[in-house]
Structure formats: structure tokens, C-alpha cells
Design a binder for this molecule. Structure first.
Ligand code: NDP
Ligand code: HSE
Length: 402
């Protein structure tokens, strides 16, 4: 029998307890021993909850209890999650987490600490909710040089964009629904401004490169500027709008970015709706692979945390290999990254558009009589910004996924 503690009894933490209870028998078979929750650490008490008797408020109880071999950190945020994780790992207790903010900022340090203490710091749930993506990168794809990872990595924003696209729903109303469903971050700005997707691509980029990719170096743009008119233009072009997180290994270095993109309806990522996420991984030998599933929510995320718990139980006293060095890599200057852009501008800009962008096909929508849209040729981000500045009636732009 292995006893575990769950820190943070919210959406994910309560799901972890539920998965461990409901699937107890098969988890015992797969872990080779029974796995039981002994403590649930939270700030609040939960009167009437079936696990009320396990709720504690003092981390020291978990730390000092030699029976606790594995801890699930589902509190979120940097502190006190970082201090608790460091102390647990230093004491040889494995930690399984869904906390991508902490993994993105301190992943390399915590993995090294786990290795020193012959235990594990596992974080499958930190990217893509219930989708297996960390484990494939660390096991099945280890023979590959990973050339590209492109993903829809945030369930809340994909839910919002899907509802705006298919039902003409209003941004604020759908965000509220996503919060009610437990998809959103405590501060939903992290979702809608792209920071959450940025943390996730930083984690994947770090695993891809084996070094540390710092979130602060990743160009990040959220979905707050996307309007119903943008969806109308996208439809006219046979495209969808998705928040994409990208990391590419290019001959002159790694590039990474998060931004809303228009992508052709032929691109499989355009068919990812609602809370679902998908991650496309391209290796130099295997070619294209793709991983799909629920990117947020209680049970899908909890399932990934519990899979990590089972791995920790099966590997007691040994460290599971994970290459993520603390050395930081410098990303390519995003201003020099090339791409194409969909642009909306005032009708009065027609001549200026021809002069700056050459001959372009104009897209006109009856519901937007004072403007038109067009797609540019390939150019750097900096070159596009200089041209857009010269359009007096410039309204907006969305990047095109090539
Ligand atoms: P919740 O806010 O629902 O749960 C967090 C819980 O931890 C709350 O009960 C909170 O208490 C408690 N808590 C906070 N600080 C402390 C502390 N110092 N000591 C003890 N308990 C504490 O968040 P989620 O479950 O949604 O998310 C948890 C983590 O998982 C986050 O890092 C999130 O980004 C990540 N995640 C979430 C997913 C989702 O779908 N929700 C999916 C994948 C990852 P109180 O409410 O009183 O503050
Ligand atoms: N807020 C996150 C999302 C939770 O919507 O994707 C899953 O990481």
C-alpha cells in the first residue's frame, strides 16, 4: 500500500481523489500495490464532503509522515507550491503536478532536485489536460530530433473561439461558462491573454530542446482582439481562427510564439472544437504525429495526474529520465520570423494597400461596407509592422498558419 497526499482540493485536486477512489482496483493492479489518499491539504475545510476527515491545513504533517511517498500538487501558483515541492522532493517524496506556471518557471530545478533525491517530479497534466504529450516526448519520441510542435494548448480560449464561431456567442458570456465548467485559470486573463498557452509551449519547447526556454522570451498574444467580423472574413476565406502555440527548430535557432492564427479548413487543427486541445509534433524520422483530447476540466486533468502517481509508485527509489537542463536557450528574434497576415483596413486605404503590399485580392463583406480584408505575401513580423503603420485606416491583423 502506498499513501499519497493531495495539496489543493479544487477542480483538479478533487478530481484526483475521485479517480483514485473510483478506479482503485485497476490502479492497484497497474501500480502493483494499493494507492490510497491519506491527506488532503487545503486552506478551507469541506464539511459534509465524503473525504472531510482527510482534510488538513498544515503541510508539515505531510512532510513529516514517512508513509507519504507521493504528493499531488494541484494548488496552482508559484508560492507556496514551489516551497512545498522543493521540501517534498528534498525529503525523497515524489511530486505529481498540474501546475504549469510552476513547471514552466522551475521545471529544470525541480527535476534535478528529484534526481538528486532518487524520486520524481512528474507533470503530464501541466500541458494539454488529459492528453498524453509529456510522456510521448520523453519515451516514444526519444529517437527523434523534434522539428516542430504546434498546438491548441488552452481549453478555455478554444471553447470561447468555437462558441463565437459556431453560435455567434459573446466573448464575455462564453468566458463565464468556461469558468463555471472549471476550465479557466483562477485569473482568466492567463487564458485569454495567452499566458497559459505560453507556459505550456515553454514546457514543450524545453523538452524539445533539452534546455530551458523562458516564457518571458516567447512572443505572446491572446484572443481578446478577435471579433465577430474576423470570423466572418475567416469563413469567406475557408479558414478557422485558433489560438496556436508554436515552437520550431530552424537552422538558425529555435523560434516560439503564441498568437491567434487563421488556418485553412484542411489543417487538422481547424477541426479542434470546444475544450479539446491538440498537439502536432513533427520529428525528423517519424514525420507528423498528433495528440488530441480534453485540454482542461476536472477528470481528464486528474486522470493525467493519477497516471503520474502510478508511475511514481512503480518507480520508487529510482528517477525516471527526463532531459531538461537549467541552461537557458536564446530564442530567435520574433521580429525576424516570417509569415503571412490577414489584414482588415478602411476602404479609403485601397491605393496605399497596393503601394505597400502589391496586388492583393480584396475580400468584401456586405456586413462591413466601410472596410475590406486581404492576405499579404510572406514577410517578417517587423516588415509587416512597418507597412501596417503606414495604413491610416488599418483596423487589425491575424497571422496565417502556413
Ligand atoms: P482551483 O482553484 O479549483 O483549486 C486549487 C485549490 O488549492 C483550491 O481549493 C485552493 O483553495 C487550494 N489552495 C490554494 N492555495 C493553497 C495553499 N496555500 N494551501 C492549501 N491549499 C491551497 O484550481 P484548479 O484545480 O483549476 O487548478 C489547480 C492547478 O492545476 C493550477 O495550477 C491550474 O493551472 C492547473 N490546471 C487546471 C486545469 C483545469 O482544468 N482546471 C487543467 C490543467 C491544469 P481556495 O480556493 O480556498 O483558494
Ligand atoms: N485554464 C487551462 C485551459 C486549464 O483552459 O486550458 C488547463 O491547463
Amino acid at each position: 500500500m502506498v499513501k499519497v497526499a493531495v495539496m489543493g482540493y479544487g477542480t483538479v485536486g478533487s478530481g484526483v481523489v475521485e479517480v483514485l477512489c473510483r478506479n482503485a482496483e485497476l490502479i492497484e493492479n497497474r501500480a502493483g500495490t494499493a494507492v490510497e489518499v491519506k491527506y488532503i491539504l487545503d486552506i478551507r475545510s469541506f464539511p459534509g464532503d465524503p473525504h472531510e476527515d482527510k482534510v488538513i491545513h498544515d503541510f508539515e504533517i505531510i512532510l513529516q509522515d514517512p508513509e507519504i511517498r507521493v504528493i499531488c500538487e494541484t494548488m496552482g501558483g508559484i508560492e507556496p507550491a514551489l516551497t512545498f515541492s522543493r521540501r517534498a522532493l528534498a525529503a525523497g517524496k515524489s511530486v505529481c503536478t498540474s501546475n504549469k506556471e510552476l513547471v514552466a518557471s522551475h521545471g529544470a530545478e525541480l527535476i534535478a532536485l528529484a534526481e538528486e533525491n532518487r524520486c520524481n517530479y512528474l507533470f503530464e497534466a501541466s500541458v494539454g489536460g488529459g492528453i498524453p504529450i509529456i510522456r510521448p516526448l520523453n519515451t516514444a519520441l526519444t529517437a527523434e530530433k523534434i522539428l516542430e510542435i504546434t498546438g491548441i494548448l488552452n481549453g478555455t480560449t478554444n471553447y470561447i473561439l468555437s462558441k463565437m464561431e459556431k453560435e455567434g456567442a459573446k466573448f464575455e458570456e462564453v468566458l463565464k461558462k468556461a469558468q463555471e465548467k472549471g476550465y479557466a485559470e483562477r485569473n482568466p486573463q492567463a487564458d485569454v491573454e495567452g499566458y497559459d498557452a505560453c507556459r505550456k509551449i515553454a514546457i514543450l519547447a524545453s523538452l524539445m530542446s533539452g534546455k530551458t526556454v523562458d516564457c518571458r522570451d516567447i512572443y505572446t498574444e491572446g484572443i481578446t482582439g478577435i471579433t465577430p467580423e474576423d470570423f466572418a472574413y475567416a469563413k469567406a476565406l475557408g479558414m478557422a481562427i485558433r489560438l496556436l502555440a508554436v515552437c520550431k527548430a530552424e537552422p538558425d535557432g529555435y523560434m516560439a510564439a503564441v498568437s491567434p492564427c487563421m488556418l485553412s479548413e484542411d489543417n487538422p487543427l481547424s477541426g479542434i472544437h470546444n475544450v479539446f486541445n491538440a498537439v502536432f509534433v513533427c520529428g525528423n524520422m517519424v514525420g507528423e504525429t498528433m495528440y488530441y483530447g480534453r485540454g482542461a476540466g476536472k477528470l481528464p486533468t486528474a486522470s493525467a495526474v493519477v497516471a503520474d502517481v502510478i508511475d511514481c509508485v512503480k518507480h520508487q527509489g529510482t528517477h525516471i529520465w527526463c532531459l531538461w537542463d537549467r541552461e537557458k536557450i536564446a530564442l530567435k528574434d520574433f521580429g525576424q520570423v516570417t509569415g503571412r497576415f490577414f489584414v482588415r483596413t478602411a476602404v479609403s486605404d485601397e491605393a496605399a494597400v497596393e503601394e505597400l503590399f502589391g496586388t492583393v485580392e480584396k475580400i468584401r463583406l456586405p456586413e462591413c461596407p466601410r472596410e475590406f480584408g486581404f492576405v499579404t505575401g510572406e514577410m517578417t513580423q517587423d516588415a509587416f509592422a512597418r507597412k501596417a503603420e503606414k495604413l491610416p485606416g488599418f483596423l487589425s491583423r491575424i497571422r496565417l498558419k502556413d
